[in-house]
Write a protein that binds this ligand. Structure first.
Ligand SMILES: Cc1cc2nc3c(=O)[nH]c(=O)nc-3n(C[C@H](O)[C@H](O)[C@H](O)COP(=O)(O)OP(=O)(O)OC[C@H]3O[C@@H](n4cnc5c(N)ncnc54)[C@H](O)[C@@H]3O)c2cc1C
Length: 499
């Protein structure tokens, strides 16, 4: 990683400096040596269909224009074949436990993408429905000669992609790019990695090759002569079947510009504290970037390129940020991609399954219902404060997230229930939920994945334990509890007494 002198700028300057960097890298993607290892051709055919009328990028995990290898590759195909460029995004009737909070964040950012695409003479299509129906329709309607897709290791997106492949004309090549990870998931490793220590070197040793600057997506020179449907922004949410009671959060401004402003803020104000204060929930030291990373609105690669410029000033913080945002995050994708049971106990290691099973009948001192947990009505004011933070702000501080999930294991009837409910709450309320990091975070806390066995104790068995006193030793618990107005509720669970 290079390490030029640190200089921080205003947001508009920050964005224009980055735009300049892209231009200095290459005028456009045709003049840039695209690393072919980023691309997987998923079809037998690998040539753009002759006499076709456009290239389509089905954007799903990485809905941003700049700093996006998928977008760049789609433009490369379109420029090479002198074709118009189309981009589509599908608004799903439902996606896991996403709520209005997430759909609004998504939709606002897509409006920004649409506007920016228009300025670049790129056709953005807002589609309503399941991808394996509506993307296929667009491929046929616009006589698409090549399809570019994002990589997303979760079950549902993989299903849609395999259906799309079956339903589009056989001669249309499908190219997949991993624009979410710096090193493509399949390049890092071809197997399930055991822990951070087994993947770290596999990723870090490839960074000189993959952690490069991006060239720009440019104004597209080829215009479609086909009629485009109007994007129905005002009614897009009318058909979705989501929980509308969980509304948007005020602190996170949707879209690429919102995310880049947060990145700039982090680099200017919080990065210096990241190394020493990131495990203190009362300190403002984290990047807070996970909503934009999860939704693909800003590029992790761009964030790292900008952070490493400050390495001479804040070496330990930059290294810690790289460890989290590169190694830990890409490890999560590895887990979900190579383990089909990424969100259930079957996906745990044998030692963990055995120990959880052996302790499944242990007496629990407290047992709460899903509703009691959701409303933060436990005997533990710190846990309740974390839950209030989740529900109100759509985020729990990274350190407390571990405590939060481990207590769910301690206070539910079975580890299966604990895992199911922690994933449910995380996916429903957290801005960054429904992400490989979320499944891995819950699986780490409750079933010890990527961890080791610890001293055996009731309920947890050999799964790593955390307690209230430990938190008191680490940070000012009272201050955190006060901030969220949390209280102590039930002394003993009513549910447990009834059993
Ligand atoms: C029970 C539990 C649930 C979690 N659920 C999610 C989730 O739904 N979505 C999510 O993105 N992360 C999740 N995490 C991981 C981590 O807590 C969050 O990524 C982090 O708190 C996000 O805040 P930040 O962006 O300010 O983090 P920072 O500390 O500023 O980190 C920067 C980035 O590094 C990555 N990162 C940080 N910590 C981890 C980690 N432990 N594992 C993998 N990547 C990491 C994230 O992309 C994050 O945005 C979970 C962890 C636990 C224990």
């Amino acid at each position: 990683m290079s390490n030029p002198p640190a200089k921080r700028l205003k947001t508009s300057d920050f964005l224009s400096t980055i735009a300049e960097q892209r231009k200095e890298t290459a005028n456009n993607i045709l003049e840039f040596k695209f690393n072919k290892k980023r691309v997987r051709v998923l079809t037998e055919s690998d040539e753009v269909v002759p006499k076709s009328k456009g290239i389509l990028y089905w954007m799903f995990r990485d809905p941003r224009i700049q700093d996006n290898w998928s977008f760049l590759f789609a433009q490369k195909l379109a420029l090479k074949n002198k074709l118009p460029l189309h981009v589509c995004y599908c608004i799903l009737p439902k996606f896991l436990d996403a709520t209005l909070r997430h759909y609004k964040f998504l939709l606002e950012s897509l409006q920004e993408v649409d506007k920016d695409c228009r300025e670049l003479n790129i056709n953005f299509h807002l589609l309503l429905g399941e991808p394996h129906d509506v993307v296929v329709d667009i491929v046929k309607k616009y006589k698409i000669g090549g399809l570019v897709v994002d990589f997303f290791p979760l079950r549902k997106p993989r299903f849609w992609l395999s259906e799309i492949q079956k339903r589009i004309p056989k001669d249309v090549p499908v190219c997949q790019i991993d624009s979410h990870n710096i090193v493509p998931c399949w390049v890092t490793s071809d197997k399930l990695e055991y822990a951070a220590r087994t993947i770290r070197n596999k990723i870090n040793s490839k960074l000189p090759e993959f952690l490069t600057e991006f060239p720009p997506v440019i104004r597209h020179p080829y215009t479609t002569d086909q009629k485009l449907d109007k994007n129905e922004w005002d009614t897009a949410l009318d058909h979705v079947l989501i929980d509308r009671s969980v509304d948007k959060v005020s602190w996170a401004k949707a879209g690429h510009r919102g995310g880049m402003a947060e990145l700039e803020n982090f680099l200017n104000k919080r990065l210096k504290l990241y190394h020493s204060k990131r495990n203190d929930p009362t300190a403002d030291a984290l990047s807070n970037l996970s909503p934009w990373f999860h939704f693909g609105q800003i590029s992790v690669q761009r964030s790292i390129l900008e952070a490493v410029k400050l390495k001479s000033k804040y070496k330990e913080s930059v290294e810690a940020f790289c460890e989290e945002a590169i190694v830990r995050r890409e490890l999560s994708d590895n887990f979900c991609y190579y383990n089909e049971n990424y969100d259930n106990i079957e996906g745990a290691y044998d030692w963990a399954k055995k120990t959880l099973e052996e302790h499944s009948k242990d007496k629990r001192e407290y047992i709460y219902t899903k509703e009691e947990l959701e409303q933060g009505l436990t005997h533990d004011d710190l846990w309740n404060a974390a839950e209030i933070q989740l529900v109100k702000e759509g985020k729990i501080h990274g350190f407390l997230r571990m405590y939060w999930a481990k207590k769910i294991l301690e206070w539910t009837k079975t580890p299966q229930e604990a895992l199911e409910w922690s994933i449910y709450l995380n996916d429903k309320y957290s801005m960054d939920g429904r992400d490989p990091n979320g499944y891995v975070g819950c699986m780490w806390s409750i079933c010890g994945i990527h961890d080791q066995g610890w001293r055996e104790r009731p309920v947890f068995g050999k799964i790593r334990y955390m307690n209230y006193q430990g938190c008191c030793r680490k940070f000012d618990v009272k201050e955190f509890v006060r901030k969220y107005g949390a209280k102590v509720h039930n002394k003993k669970s009513s549910v447990f007494k009834k059993k």
